[in-house]
Write a protein that binds this ligand. Sequence first.
Ligand code: GLU
Length: 428
Amino acid sequence: MSDKSFNAFQMAQEQFDGVAKKLDLDQATRELLRNPLREFHFSIPVRMDDGSIKVFQGFRVQHNDARGPAKGGIRFHPQETIDTVKALATWMTWKCAVVDIPLGGGKGGVICDPHQLSEREQEGICRGWIRQLAYNIGPVQDVPAPDVMTNAQHMLWMMDEYETIHHGRYPGMITGKPVGMGGSLGRTEATGYGVIFTLREALRELGIDIQKTTASFQGYGNVAQYAVRLYQEYGGKAVCVSCWDQNDQKSYTFVRKSGINCDELLSITDRFGGIDKAKARQLGYEVMDGNAWIEQDVDILVPAALENQITKDTVTKISDKVKVIAEGANGPTTPEADVIIQEKGIFVIPDFLANAGGVTCSYFEQVQCNMNYFWSKEEALSKLDAKMTDAYLKVSAMARSRNVYMRDAAYMIAIQRVADACKIRGWV
Ligand code: GLU
């Protein structure tokens, strides 16, 4: 987001155009799917703790809802842009389609920095965001969820505002809510676990014993924390995570060759995923530059932070030892870097497949809210494993049968499903 020359939406369109050609989609379908159906821009005035009023810029993009209500998170980020939100909404459409859940794609954002805002001010932003969209979102229209720097509490404030406006209880209008207030057990773990479910299947197909592998993770937020945990439970050794340092306004990588310890690291991590450097050094971690995660001599790389991380400049730093990249973040790899990754023969589990666990569990949350009957954590996570494994196997079978790159295979399945839904509805 900070790189001015990078435009995530152009990248999403470029990826789409390539696959649309391979699928031989007609002109109208291409035009429809390469742009969002609807886009909302609005201002959110909030009374700050010092009594002043600050006006925040908010967005919601509904890329496509042919297969079901739009679905996707809301990001709070100081460098948020409408084009990033458009790209992420587009990727949500493909994500829901590739795991075959009856939802479309949406994404929202607010330009703000939660590090600088009190809880009360953040509540004001959440409620203001809903007031602007109260009649354009909802359980049968568009269902938001958490994303970068938003969490279960934010979702609950949003639900409360929506229910106040609509005079009723609508727990299916938003997901990622706290457990006990309409949330699903397993939702917090879901994205990170989903990445590792697909990684487990990829390694099995490649004939690599997970217990003999090492991995480097970028990030230590919700996705990386749980991905590292499950990967280590399966016997892999995670040697590296990274985080954004709010005070220094730069990121750092934390390396410990003997393996990192999740609980230990968590105890020195703030609520935004920032790790205390001095304490980490005391625990035996080497603290390096933020980009060092990509240079590690490991078998597996898991970018689980933001978009635009594996670029034509950073891709050359990837060690020859790396065999698999599992993309936990949305859009971490640029199309230029993709070409080099293919040349290097690295196996990629593309973002909208690898990180679809979050939205899949969000779908389970909706199902449970509609039934008003909630599952155990084991039930939610085993259903998640089944869904992710099935989606992975379909994509890898497509990659083999059509002899295409994994990202293209995932796109071919997802885009075809959405194109078929648009066609059968008579839209194109
Ligand atoms: N924000 C998550 C994503 O990018 C989850 C979206 C959802 O649960 O709707 O996939």
